[in-house]
Design a binder for this molecule. Structure first.
Ligand code: GDP
Ligand code: IMO
Ligand code: MG
Length: 428
């Protein structure tokens, strides 16, 4: 049965939440497979705005089952707040709409504190993390010191695991000038969290395979973006998980043969939050236009997003490492009103043109982007529903993106609301 992976093809915040919400009526199950509460996925329905950090963006559709897979690291308090927030607003009316993997690792207060203290200690060399404890939690998972939800929910195994890990964490915290975490506070919190989360926590791998057997349609929702992938991104300015489509299998418990297509989500320009390479970054007028008109503030931390032209070198690399079969291009409306638009087609490094992202490794500071320029458009495009009604210059811009990428555009998003979009190809 069709399983489609949806991933961010840039530096995160491409509009994955909106695209997942738009696709959800066509599917039965949506699974988040990596990352944690560093993510902020926005869904807008009329005046109503929902920002999801852990729960899949299909949750606003009652008949869809949402799964938080084993690859996600879960801050239980954030998850409980998110559940309660949705319930208060009339969503998530039945427990069975949400299932959380018992194998997902837990983000505790010591992970968050270590993340923040390390960032402070690094000073000007900081990564610009979200401070949500993501790096330290994945480190513990890899070093086999992590505590999974199933461990946390069993008081005996939790205390045993905590006694193994907490003294060392507190030594690190105190060495950096922080206040140690009190063991009994964690035990008390874990007891409360377990009570709240028990109805949702289960073996999601079996659940997912049951769905496959019942011929259900499945979306796998990525967080962050390709250039933040720990292997393929702009290391070390990356997140601590694999964000590419390949991670959907490990993070949910399905095999690669079960995936039919991979939809990359990209903005019609580029943004990045936090530090690290950004070849097409703009600081003056156009950068301000994108930042202000695009309302480019982080959905999780509220930080200003850095903005720049569309970078086809990075996007082509994303098409390769994710095996993209389709592209959803978002925020086209934000380009309205600019006289000239530019697309970066290659980088110039020491006078030599380079068109592959990997060749820029270690030289991002020195490179100069090579641009193709296009005339802009002035017409409001937010209510347009058909490709033929788009201004000629908008057509030219997106045709060129498709041509340079070699991947068909499946959907254009022309406004923040669920209803703002142009469907070009069926996914199912
Ligand atoms: P995600 O992390 O990939 O889900 O993206 P975010 O939610 O962090 O950031 C995307 C922002 O752009 C959100 O505020 C969305 O509401 C908004 N958005 C998504 N698509 C469009 C679009 O086509 N046009 C406009 N104007 N806003 C959009
Ligand atoms: P969504 O899913 C954009 C960035 C942080 C920082 C780096 C490492 O909403 O697209 P971390 O806290 O993960 O250790 O921070 O990664 N980052 C994101 N940027 N969107 C996200 O998620 C991000 N999640 C992490 O800003 O640069
Ligand atoms: Mg986001």
């Amino acid at each position: 049965m069709p399983a489609v992976v949806v991933i961010g093809a840039q530096w995160g915040d491409e509009g994955k939440g909106k695209i997942i919400d738009v696709l959800t009526p066509q599917v039965d199950v949506v699974v988040r497979f990596q990352g944690g509460a560093n993510a902020g996925h926005t869904v807008i329905i009329g005046e109503d705005k929902t920002v999801l950090h852990l729960i899949p963006s299909g949750i606003l559709h009652e008949r869809c089952q949402c799964i938080i897979g084993n690859g996600v690291v879960i801050d239980p308090q954030v998850l409980i707040d998110e559940i309660e927030g949705l319930v208060d607003r009339g969503f998530l009316r039945h427990h069975h709409q949400l299932a959380v993997s018992h194998h997902a690792h837990v983000v505790f207060s010591y992970h968050r504190l270590l993340d923040q203290l390390r960032e402070e200690k690094r000073g000007s060399a900081s990564i610009g993390t979200t401070g949500r404890g993501i790096g330290p939690a994945y480190e513990d998972k890899a070093s086999r010191l992590g505590i999974r939800l199933c461990d946390m929910m069993n008081p005996e195994s939790f205390q045993k695991a905590l006694d193994l890990v907490l003294p060392e964490k507190n030594r690190q915290i105190e060495a950096m000038g922080g206040n140690p975490i009190v063991r009994d506070d964690l035990i008390h919190q874990a007891r409360e969290w377990s009570k709240h989360l028990t109805p949702y926590v289960c073996d999601t791998v079996t659940l997912l395979h049951d769905s496959f057997r019942q011929h259900k349609r499945i979306l796998l929702e990525g967080a962050q973006g390709t250039a933040l992938d720990i292997d393929h991104g702009t290391y070390p300015f990356v997140t601590s998980s694999n964000t590419i489509a390949g991670a959907a299998c490990a993070g949910s418990g399905i095999g690669p043969t079960m995936i039919d297509s991979v939809l990359g989500v990209a903005k019609a320009y580029t943004t990045r939050v936090g530090k690290g390479a950004f070849p097409t970054e703009l600081h003056e007028d156009v950068g301000n236009h994108l930042q202000e008109k695009g309302n480019e503030f982080g959905a999780t931390t509220g930080r200003r997003r850095r903005c720049g032209w569309l970078d086809m070198v990075a996007l082509r690399y994303a098409a390769q490492v994710n095996g993209l079969t389709h592209l959803a291009l978002t925020k086209l409306d934000i380009l309205t009103g600019l006289d000239t638009l530019k697309i970066c087609t290659a980088y110039r490094i020491h006078g030599k043109e380079v068109s592959h992202f990997a060749e820029a490794e270690g030289q991002f500071e020195k490179l100069e982007p090579c641009y193709e320029a296009f005339p802009g458009w002035k017409e409001d495009i937010a209510s347009i529903q058909s490709l033929n009604d788009l201004p000629q210059n908008a057509r030219r811009y997106i045709d060129r993106i498709q041509e340079l990428l070699g991947v068909p555009i499946q959907m254009l998003s022309v406004g923040p609301d669920r209803k703002h979009g142009i469907l070009l190809q069926k996914l199912f």
